[in-house]
Design a binder for this molecule. Structure first.
Ligand SMILES: [Zn+2]
Length: 132
């Protein structure tokens, strides 16, 4: 099992035109939809932190918070692939985003980093585009 040291959130994010700084954003269903995917869940714990916290719980909390903050902007709609501790396959997550006709699919993970007395550099997050 991987150990999770200081949490490093890894986001796979797609940029979408129409999000952000519209002078008067459209209302309701006309707003672009962001599907946030908190990684792992259920029996799939993801990485484990030094305190015993599981990645699946960290990313779910982060996803819920991000959803609230994005919705406060009023420029997009946001739904989560999961909002409880349940396992979904990658195929299920992507199928869900496609079914919702999402503009953005954002998968959230918290990676691991080994302890070191003199931390150097950074880990390059894996990002990528996924056509949904
Ligand atoms: Zn992960």
């Amino acid at each position: 099992m991987k150990r999770l040291y200081p949490l490093l959130l890894v986001l796979g994010f797609l940029s979408v035109s129409g999000l952000g700084h519209a002078a008067s954003p459209p209302a309701g269903d006309a707003l672009p939809l962001i599907v946030i995917d908190p990684g792992h869940g259920g029996a799939d714990l993801g990485a484990t932190g030094v305190t015993g916290i599981f990645e699946k719980d960290v990313v779910l909390d982060f996803a819920r918070s991000l959803k609230k903050r994005l919705e406060m902007l009023g420029t997009c709609r946001v739904i989560l692939t999961r909002d409880r501790d349940v396992f979904l396959s990658l195929e299920d997550r992507v199928r869900f985003a496609k079914k919702q006709n999402a503009s953005v699919f954002l998968s959230i993970h918290a990676d691991t980093a080994p302890p070191t007395p003199k931390p150097r550099g950074s880990q390059k997050p894996k990002t990528g585009l996924m056509r949904v």
